[in-house]
Write a new protein. Structure first.
Lengths: 247, 331
């Protein structure tokens, strides 16, 4: 990765897009302290990420990773309660505030009715919402999501981006890594287009998404059309890939 | 979580019942009535001696060894994210036994009794490192369950050979000792070994219990645990050392007793779920009760002779293990 700079700000929704192997996962690992940058720096407010302890970092930064599994089934509520880890000492009992935050997160993500079900019994979309609820229970001002729509159907994908939009409106800084250029163009405030470890373009969706840049980055012919409406997304640039040999 | 205190209290009652059961039966044929009179002071001195010098220390040792094995089994399962992980299956108990036997045959154990658990600890940690190293190389990237268990079993077999080798070179009367270390036996129980075991168990158990929430996170994967704020490497190192210490202390006191760490946490998981804040203490208590009963059975079935306790736990544990393996393979 080189020449990448980005800022996640409160009340903003930033989408990181780019082809496979562009460095999206590496970027996530740098932002979450799993990797340390060789050059450059990652800051939270005015402190270097490397200087923070694991708990401090988790109180500032919540992450929904791409996938996870466990040989030991837990209920939705148990999993969401894991989000309180960074706020609790090893011998500290779960308090009233912790329980309130867990219930609020369950409701916020519309999984309160599923709280006593096992994670494995949920549909893909419900499971994804439960994992976002766990991140919200962390009470962190910044939320990072790694391809949260992977494997979800049309309705769940739309619901998920609606939820991210609402969280942004409530003041969270949201960064979402996604392959879905069309939803990113409609829901994100800003886009960052990565290609081979570099930031190729950055800015408002309409500025970043141009046919020339996208064809070069994805190495595939495509066209952009304006979202036909109705509604708020009318005019948003939507990407249509062409067949290989069509003119 | 709200059920936890009630569940642990229930298990504590079961443990007390198991202690009473264990103390009430034995080769001398003293029944509960004789023992009660001995306890209250107006029984005959022989009954009193049998109770205080034989049955009570043996029950205490069985309780602590069972608890240590249940708790360490649960810990290994959380660390390796593998429901089949267990100190015996992983070869950790075997490594501890090699360390303990080495201390015994060199004569160190007689001069300095505390070197016995130390030798067992070094053996347990070495076994852990060896088994994990082999499993990592054999299935790079992800640790395959079957590879892990295969390397544990093979290294465990190697340790058994080492024990036989050391004992056959060192002792004339090596056969009985070999049985003791390889199959597990609580007949050597006295208050000294029980106290030493308790002294090691308290700090190691407390260290593991303090990590209960972190284990919940780790069972979702190390990446997730990191994101949620766990110091993953520190948690893993602490837990491996503490669990190895518990296994080492148990093996130094009672030889290798297998499958307790497999059966006990599993039964608790099936009944009450996978929250480690409940699961860890419940595995300790259930392990305690389980080994008390298993040891009493070992003393009774061929009385006045007795079986090695490890035989009883293996007879119960092997079919259990096979059933879990088949179910895991189907899933």
């Amino acid at each position: 990765m080189r020449d990448v700079s980005l800022a996640v700000t409160p009340g903003g929704l930033l989408a990181v897009v780019g082809p496979n192997g562009a460095g999206k996962t590496t970027l996530l690992r740098l932002l979450t302290g799993s990797l340390s940058p060789q050059e450059g720096e990652v800051r939270l407010e005015d402190r270097l990420l490397d200087e923070l302890g694991d708990r401090e970092r988790a109180q500032a930064l919540a992450v929904v990773p791409q996938s996870e599994s466990s040989p030991f089934p837990v209920t939705v509520r148990e999993m969401v309660a894991m989000g309180r880890y960074a706020h609790l000492g090893p011998w500290e009992r779960t308090g009233a505030h912790d329980r309130t935050m867990v219930e609020r997160a369950l409701q916020r993500c519309a999984v309160a009715g599923l709280a006593d079900r096992q994670i494995g019994e949920l549909s893909g979309g419900e499971r994804q919402r439960a994992r976002i609820a766990r991140a919200l229970a962390q009470e962190a001002p910044i939320l990072l999501l790694d391809e949260p729509t992977a494997g979800l159907d049309l309705r769940y994908r739309m619901e998920l981006f609606h939820l991210l939009r609402e969280l942004r409106a409530e003041g969270l800084g949201v960064l979402v890594i996604t392959h879905d250029l069309n939803l990113a163009a409609r829901f994100a405030d800003r886009l960052l287009l990565l290609d081979r470890g570099r930031a190729t373009a950055r800015g408002a969706p309409a500025e970043v998404l141009s046919r020339e840049v996208l064809e070069a980055v994805y190495e595939w012919p495509l066209r952009l059309i304006a979202h036909p409406g109705p509604g708020r997304d009318t005019g948003a640039p939507q990407t249509i890939p062409l067949r290989r040999d069509d003119p | 979580m709200t059920h936890t205190p009630r569940r642990l209290a229930l298990l504590a009652v079961v443990v007390l019942a198991a202690v009473a059961f264990s103390v009430s039966f034995g080769a001398s044929g003293l029944g509960p009535g004789d023992l009660w009179r001995a306890l209250s002071g107006d029984g005959d001195p022989t009954a009193r001696a049998i109770l205080l010098q034989l049955r009570l220390p043996r029950a205490a040792l069985a309780a602590l060894v069972g608890g240590a094995l249940g708790l360490s089994g649960c810990t290994f399962q959380a660390l390796l994210r593998n429901p089949l992980a267990e100190p015996y299956v992983l070869g950790v108990s075997g490594g501890a036994a090699v360390g303990a036997v080495a201390v015994v045959v060199t004569g160190l154990g007689v001069m300095l009794p505390w070197t016995l658990p130390l030798g067992a600890f070094i053996g347990a940690v070495a076994a852990m490192a060896l088994v994990l190293g082999v499993a990592r190389r054999a299935s790079p990237g992800r640790m395959d369950t079957r590879v892990l268990i295969l390397s544990g079993v093979i290294i465990g077999a190697f340790f058994n050979a080492m024990i036989l080798l050391m004992l056959s070179v060192a002792y004339v009367e090596s056969f009985r000792s070999a049985i003791f270390w390889m199959m597990g036996n609580l007949s050597g129980a006295d208050w000294g070994s029980t106290t030493l075991l308790a002294a090691l168990l308290v700090p190691a158990g407390a260290a593991v219990l303090s990590l209960a929430r972190a284990f919940n996170l780790l069972s979702r994967g190390e990446e997730v645990a990191h994101y949620l704020g766990a110091s993953v490497q520190r948690v893993k190192l602490t837990a491996y050392l503490a669990a190895s210490l518990m296994v080492a202390a148990a093996v130094a006191a009672a030889g290798v007793i297998g499958f307790v760490g497999l059966i006990v946490p599993h039964a608790v998981r099936l009944a009450w779920g996978n929250d480690h804040r409940m699961l860890l203490p419940a595995s300790f208590l259930a392990g305690t009760a389980f080994l008390l009963v298993a040891d009493t059975v070992a003393r009774l079935v061929v009385a006045p002779a007795e079986l090695p306790t490890g035989v009883v736990t293996a007879v119960a544990g092997v079919p259990f293990f096979v059933a879990l393996l088949i179910r895991g393979g189907r899933r």
